[in-house]
Design a protein around this ligand. Sequence first.
Ligand code: FES
Length: 258
Amino acid sequence: MKTILKHSIRYYSIKLLSNNKISSNLYLLMFKTLDKPVTEPKPPQFIMLWVPGYEAIPMSVAGFNGENNTLSILVKPVGPTTKYLASMSCGSYLGMYGFLGREYIPPGNKFLFIAGGSGLAPILYYLKYLGCTPHKCHVLFGCWRRGEIGDAPRLISKLGGKPYTACLGECDYQGTILDAYTRINLEGYDAVIVSGPPEMIKNMLDKVNNTVNHYFILEETIKCGIGLCGKCSLGKLDKLLCIDGPLFNYEDTVRVYS
Ligand code: FES
């Protein structure tokens, strides 16, 4: 197994500035980094967030502003640590290290982003980083229920993207995100970037239209985030998600899930 230690661990203190519930199960948290990170993150990099009394967990960067040292993450409260995070009050202190993982900026002028649930986090940062306009960046955001979509379309628009929604209720596409994907004409897009839970990505691989390059941001178990523990080994691919990912091309993603 290839193991390359790229990062030494240096924790930064961060202070919670705002905690906004943007849908029935997503919270957007903005922190101020008290020690300025050395470099700005590039999408789809992530941080290890240390939550006092709980654990360190990987979180995608959903936003960053180097001028006022603010960093945003998107939290879906599913376990004890994320539930605690979603309930935190402004002024709380946490720790983080990063930015981790490999950046990838797709070449081209027009992109389709597909995000399921909390997979929206790295897509939000892509929108900001690429300086998106409604012509350049289209975002298909899918959840099961309308309430889980919440305010996400407004957030996507604010960052320059053109939002489309998919859910089993009142959405632009009624049905699953995969149903919606198969109904989109991919002509004119330079790349499709997909971010979401493993089940969504596995199911999508069979339906991929390979006339356009597809890239997948994978979510698997990450413990150390810096290539030390091997927990994020991608089996047949002989790669580590935390070092070589989190984004992989179609061929590599097929090998991960085959
Ligand atoms: S080696 Fe990737 S999480 Fe530890």
